[in-house]
Design a protein around this ligand. Structure first.
Ligand code: UDP
Ligand code: MG
Length: 136
């Protein structure tokens, strides 16, 4: 039985700014993901605050929201079997210094804050995050 899932991925401003979006999309495709929908947008800081509300008590929250709204991003719905977990694996650890060889963050991440990609961390959050960007 097929277990195709959807997850939300974001190519963050540091990667879009360095024109890495096509290379990163190719990594998703090579690893068996289908890019079901995508949009390039720049969000307001207030929207970033809503998106990252789960982190509102963290010391990095304000900088994180400023950063995510600082330039264009590419939001994508990725599809694959076990897409949520598979995308987390392909992204690598939050801090690129800790990310394994072959992961997106190891290859492209600059620092813990400029780590090039976002990925949903659970099926439930994937649904919420997909709605956030793609519900019209
Ligand atoms: N972040 C940061 N400093 C930290 C931890 C996280 O700037 O000490 C940023 C980082 O860009 C990360 C985002 O906040 O991607 C969300 O944090 P989370 O723990 O959810 O990491 P992720 O799910 O993105 O791996
Ligand atoms: Mg997270």
């Amino acid at each position: 039985m097929s277990n195709t899932e959807q997850t939300l991925s974001i190519i963050k401003p540091d990667a879009v700014e360095r024109n890495l979006d096509n290379e990163i999309k190719q990594m998703f495709i090579k690893n068996g993901f289908n890019i079901f929908k995508e949009k390039k947008i720049q969000i307001e800081k207030s929207e970033a605050e809503k998106f990252y509300k789960v982190h509102e008590t963290k010391p990095f929250y304000n900088d994180l929201c400023s950063y995510l709204s600082s330039g264009p991003i590419i939001a994508m719905i990725l599809e694959k079997e076990n897409a949520v977990a598979e995308n987390r694996k392909l992204m690598g650890a939050t801090n690129p210094k800790d990310a394994e060889e072959g992961t997106i963050r190891k290859k492209y991440g600059i620092s813990i804050d400029k780590n090039s990609v976002h990925g949903s961390d659970s099926i439930e959050n994937a649904k919420i995050e997909i709605d956030f960007f793609f519900k019209d």
